[in-house]
Ligand binder design. Structure first.
Ligand code: MN
Ligand code: MN
Length: 474
């Protein structure tokens, strides 16, 4: 027994020496902080439930920030302490809090993404087969397709009618509203395929089609009567005709409500922690900055991260540079937008994979983040031999460590899985092109990219704290 105790003590000492945190973030909470953890968790659940697409998040955030004194950019004088916002195509948002140093002496930028995994409607969505009208879907982002069958889905999006009128659709979130589902095969048939196919081939992309309706139109000579009746229903309810799906952005996404998880309610299960946890923490932190910060703070919501940050609203676009250029012109700065961005400090605010004790073989335990151990700082992302990665400099790592330690932010560090077991990217590499300092910081998430991801409340809290002290940093 005494021997065992000694061994335990020795391993604790080694851990301490190596800087491996033996204590969870729960144990490291300061007096009175526990309450703040629960409160933030509740606010986050509300946010997750009220805004589920990039468009909805941008609209929700604008309503929220206007209550806190943020004005549209054109109405702002950009004096220290001023707060302004712009959106881009309803899918990006930039929030600006002017600091004492203006624009030219080091921006503090936090960038998260507001798009999430989902099932987009195809442009010709409906077909009829075997007693059903089905909705043709095209998955968005890196999903494990088998996660998305037999789970309730709600419909979100916009449609432009023939006269150009914009219609916003939201169906399946309220208790009394119907939801949608993609039916999978029962275990009794297709046994051979089930046993022999690879998991990645089990559900072909073209099989991800949801049930739309099953009642036919009462019309003797018509073909595709179920589809016809469905179209008639949609016309009556929304004024839609079939061609309007050509001018639509519709998605099916998990109809789940965010819920506390576990006997102790320490975790939150929900759709889209990736990356709404960081978007929420970012928003909350810029609203909570004490007084006028030293450096100008910028919070950015990007889109299309899950499909490579491409397109007019992705991090690969010139949205940020154009925005900063506009600021430079307004303020008549000496420096160009590119130079201002080169001198900025960035946090790429994104979630990371949490070590799952059931699948340890795919992680390097000493270099993985764990649920409940605080916000995770990731020096690099990428895959294999660090391909496609943006690597934070040791100098910047040192700045971040000092900042977090001085402000009692509970943090951990890690990589996303074992070296040869996959990997992933974030928006970091796109902004790193300016030559700025940039690093990935966000909470670890279990079951990432599934319809019901799992996040620890204490990690969310530490993420919020980390972003806030970053915005307030000198
Ligand atoms: Mn992400
Ligand atoms: Mn992702």
């Amino acid at each position: 027994m005494a021997e065992k105790e000694k061994e335990k003590k020795e391993s604790e000492r080694i851990k301490e020496e190596l800087g491996i945190n033996a204590e969870t973030a729960w144990e490291k909470l300061e007096e009175g902080e526990q309450k703040k953890v629960w409160k933030l968790g509740d606010e986050y659940k509300q946010f997750l439930a009220s805004a589920k697409t990039e468009r909805e998040i941008v609209a929700w955030s604008i309503r929220e920030i206007e209550k806190h004194g943020f004005k549209p950019l054109e109405k702002s004088n950009l004096k220290p302490g001023d707060k302004a916002w712009v959106h881009n195509k309803h899918k990006n948002l930039a929030l600006l809090l002017m600091g004492k140093n203006g624009l030219e002496n080091g921006l503090r930028v936090i960038v998260s993404h507001v798009d999430a995994l989902r099932l987009d409607w195809k442009i010709n969505p409906f077909y009829e087969d075997s007693g059903m009208a089905l909705i043709n879907l095209h998955y968005y982002g890196g999903i494990k397709k088998y996660h998305w069958v037999n789970t309730p889905l709600s419909l979100h999006g916009v449609v432009f009618l023939k006269d150009g009128k914009k219609l916003e659709i939201n169906l399946g979130e309220k208790e009394e509203e119907p939801v949608f589902v993609i039916s999978d095969l029962l275990p009794h048939v297709g046994i051979k395929a089930f046993l022999e196919k690879k998991a990645s081939e089990l559900i072909p992309g073209e099989s991800l089609d949801a049930i739309g309706a099953t009642i036919p139109l009462k019309e003797k000579d018509a073909t595709e009567k179920i589809k016809l009746r469905l179209l008639k229903l949609l016309h009556e309810k929304y004024g839609l005709v079939e061609e309007d799906f050509f001018t639509a952005e519709l998605q099916l996404l998990p109809a789940v409500k965010p819920k506390d998880i576990g006997f102790d309610g320490s975790l939150i299960g929900g759709y889209g922690h990736d990356d709404r946890a960081c978007s929420f923490a970012g928003l909350k932190s810029i609203l909570d900055v004490t007084g006028t910060p030293e450096h100008t703070c910028l919070l950015l919501f990007m889109d299309k991260e899950e499909i490579g940050s491409v397109g007019a609203t992705g991090a690969d676009s010139f949205f940020l540079e154009n925005f900063v250029h506009e600021l430079c012109t307004k303020l008549g700065t000496q420096k160009t937008a590119k130079k201002v961005l080169a001198e900025a400090y960035f946090i790429s605010a994104d979630v990371t994979a949490a070590l799952d004790p059931k699948y340890k073989e795919f992680f390097d335990p000493a270099n993985s983040s764990m649920v409940g151990y605080g916000v995770s700082i990731e020096k690099e992302t990428g895959y294999g031999g660090k391909y496609d990665s943006s690597q934070a400099s040791a100098e910047y790592m040192s700045f971040i460590r000092k900042l977090f330690n001085e402000n009692k932010v509970v943090w951990q560090t890690g990589e996303l899985g074992k070296v040869d077991e996959g990997g992933g990217g974030t928006v970091a590499k796109f902004f790193a092109r300016y030559g700025c300092e940039i690093i990935d910081i966000g909470p670890p998430v279990l079951a990432m990219h599934s319809p019901f991801e799992v996040l620890s409340k204490v990690d969310l809290y530490q993420t919020y704290k980390a972003y806030k002290v970053f915005f307030e940093s000198k």
